[in-house]
Design a protein around this ligand. Structure first.
Ligand code: TXA
Ligand code: MG
Length: 330
């Protein structure tokens, strides 16, 4: 950490006064952690290269990994990007909400080049969380906000998670309690008339396909090619402990990440059940917090029970597979 990035971190509930202070911090190029309906985001002025650089520094994020610009509505998004009919239909169906659209950057787009990582496209999302909306409105500019964790770590669903990762690296944390959805937004690229799913997320693939009236191509990069969503490295969301997937049993040296009580009869050293009633919405909301808590037990292996691949299960399993991937895998 250089002196330029060292800050005093303040935590406040998102009152009108705290939102106004946050907006002033953002306009001055500072960083504010804000709650969204998915996870906490580390927000900065999307039009300021300096603010964006500070976000990369605070997260220790590889600079090739572009950021999502958060706006209030479709009109604000279309000032930054060229929406085709599919993008428009998806935004109308799911905004404000946990959907990110990747579209060609508009010629007049103000989103910083650094935030776009040099790509000709831009990622946009209109969040529904009232505190995020108030902050975007008060700042008067689009806000880039990656998840407010250090790069490669588990996404934060509580202000305490943000503090654990970014204390001294963010000016203000707006604490609105646990985030509702717990997994990040679904990312769909609308670049060439053939919409593609880049990241499973809080809106299910089924719901997106229902709006588009057809099935969505999944993105499969050509061998050796850079992934279309550069942030989608195999090893990501990594707890310190190693992760064992599809566990049917767990040993005393393991911490069990359970689902539907499948590992209740095991001898696991610790056990947390994402949803004793096998509710995938509840499981998604608990996922990142439970990974952190199990990591903190100090047990060196987390054994994760099988989770169905349907609905939100696709996003949960995607995050678990990344957390389990060998570290440093591209
Ligand atoms: O729910 C969310 O989306 C949260 C909250 C805070 O809004 N944000 C979030 O941001 O998850 P982040 O930075 O952790 O993930 C953004 C993802 C990365 O995988 C990145 O590579 C991809 O979006 N992305 C951003 N711009 C892109 C672009 N122009 N083309 C392709 N992928 C892009
Ligand atoms: Mg992230």
């Amino acid at each position: 950490m250089t002196d330029a990035t060292k800050r005093r971190t303040e935590i406040a509930i998102p009152s009108g006064e705290a939102i106004a202070r946050g907006a002033a911090i953002l306009r001055a190029g500072g960083l504010v952690a804000m709650p969204t309906e998915t996870v906490y985001g580390l927000a900065g002025d999307a039009t300021s290269e300096r603010a964006v650089a500070a976000i990369y520094a605070a997260k220790e994020r590889p600079v090739f990994n572009p950021l999502i610009a958060h706006v209030l509505d479709i009109e604000a998004a279309r000032a930054e990007a060229l929406f085709d009919a599919d993008a428009l239909a998806l935004a109308q169906a799911f905004w404000p909400g946990p959907l990110t659209l990747i579209a060609p950057a508009a010629p007049q787009s103000r989103i910083s080049l650094l935030a776009r990582a040099g790509l000709g496209s831009v990622a946009l999302r209109a969040p529904s969380h009232p505190a995020a909306r108030a902050l975007i409105g008060a700042a008067g500019v689009p806000l880039v906000a990656p998840s407010a964790n250090r790069s490669g770590r588990v996404s934060p669903t509580l202000a305490a998670h943000v503090l654990a990762d970014l204390d001294g690296r963010v000016d203000l944390i707006l604490d609105a309690g646990p985030t509702k959805l717990g997994v990040e937004s679904t990312i769909v690229a609308c670049l060439d008339g053939a919409p593609r799913l880049l990241r499973h997320g809080a809106i299910t693939l089924e719901a997106i396909e229902a709006v588009l009236g057809r099935t969505l191509g999944a993105h499969e990069p050509a061998p050796g090619a850079a992934p279309l969503a550069p942030g989608l490295l195999a090893s990501h969301y990594a707890p310190r402990a190693a992760l064992r997937l599809e566990a049917r049993d767990a040993a005393p040296v393991e911490a069990a990440l359970d689902f539907g009580g499948a590992l209740a009869g095991s001898t696991a050293g610790a056990r947390l059940d994402l949803s004793p009633t096998s509710d995938l919405v509840e499981a998604a909301a608990n996922l990142f917090a439970f990974l952190r808590t199990l990591d903190e037990t100090g047990l060196s292996m987390i054994a994760a029970a099988p989770i169905p691949e349907t609905g939100l299960g696709a996003a949960i399993n995607d995050r678990l597979r990344r957390a389990a991937a060998p570290r440093g895998t591209p």
